[in-house]
Design a protein around this ligand. Structure first.
Ligand SMILES: NC(=O)c1ccc[n+]([C@@H]2O[C@H](COP(=O)([O-])OP(=O)(O)OC[C@H]3O[C@@H](n4cnc5c(N)ncnc54)[C@H](O)[C@@H]3O)[C@@H](O)[C@H]2O)c1
Length: 257
């Protein structure tokens, strides 16, 4: 075969939230590799700055903003500045999220519930509202929200986390239906166990937890964050032009069992 293949996000402007580590940092690399201009957000400036420098060294157009997704006004300003600087917003990956240690429901503090739901649900709400406004103005776009296998099935991971990730799927479906006529697609991904600093630390302290976790997925391993990020990139691209309102498991078969 001859000729070159155009990267699937060539010329697109993409916001990636929760980009300082794990799946979000992988998405920053993957989206840039697929040709997107990436605007990265998270709370840790040193991490974002280092990632932006790495990406620029590869020739990518990358920048960052420090942002707490629980702060709706701050999210609005970041979306506005993105559109001012780049002319539009084509794609957004709403991936910032927090987990919580395994704790029986009756022992979880109200403050913990509020922290998890505030970040995972209100955070996605804040991001989507302002991104949708920019995409309506720009006459199209694609949004991907990070849910979890915990948004599809329950486990003993912690009820607020399970509830928050189910809510992400609800928000995704509602926005997909409401904004389809504006040329905007909205989907969710449901990652299974994915290598991240938190997961690596957990495995290091408990080798039996690692073995148990690997046994719970047909593929018998955790995902590399880039495997998850590739699915988000695909959903943001025109390759997924007829996919909206969907939740795509990226879980090595975990929820097929
Ligand atoms: N790692 C897994 O096994 C797994 C499985 C299913 C779903 N997820 C989901 O994937 C997403 C990414 O998680 P990860 O595993 O890469 O973990 P991670 O801790 O490495 O990344 C989380 C990111 O979100 C950011 N963040 C957290 N709270 C924030 C806030 N209030 N404002 C702005 N940024 C904030 C963090 O700074 C970080 O950049 C999360 O939504 C998580 O729930 C992870």
């Amino acid at each position: 075969m001859s000729g070159t293949v155009t990267p699937v996000l060539e010329g697109r402007v993409a916001l990636v939230h929760g980009a300082s580590s794990g799946i979000g940092a992988a998405a920053a690399r993957v989206f840039a590799r697929h040709g997107a201009t990436v605007v990265l957000t998270a709370r840790r400036e040193d991490r974002l700055r280092a990632l932006v420098e790495q990406l620029r060294a590869t020739g990518a157009d990358a920048s960052h903003h420090v942002l707490d997704v629980r702060d709706g006004e701050a999210v609005r300003r970041v979306v506005e500045r993105t559109v001012e600087r780049h002319g539009r917003l084509d794609a957004a990956f709403n991936n910032a999220g927090v987990g919580l240690p395994r704790t029986p429901m009756h022992l979880i503090e109200d403050a913990t519930y509020e922290h998890v739901v505030g970040t995972n649900v209100t955070g996605v709400w804040n991001c989507m509202r302002h991104e949708l406004a920019a995409m309506v103005e720009g006459k199209g776009g694609a949004i991907v929200n990070t849910s979890s296998v915990g948004g599809l099935v329950a486990s003993s991971t912690g009820a607020p986390y399970i509830a928050s990730k189910h809510a992400v799927i609800g928000l995704t479906k509602a926005a997909a239906v409401e904004y389809a006529s504006h040329g905007i697609r909205v989907n969710a991904i449901a990652p299974g166990l994915t290598r991240s600093e938190m997961i690596d630390a957990w495995f290091a302290s408990s080798p039996e937890a690692e073995e148990r976790a690997h046994r719970s997925a047909p593929q018998g391993r955790a995902a590399d964050p880039e495997e998850v990020a590739e699915t988000a990139a695909w959903l943001c691209s025109d390759l997924a032009s007829f996919v909206t309102g969907a939740t795509v498991p990226v879980d090595g078969g975990r929820t097929a069992w």
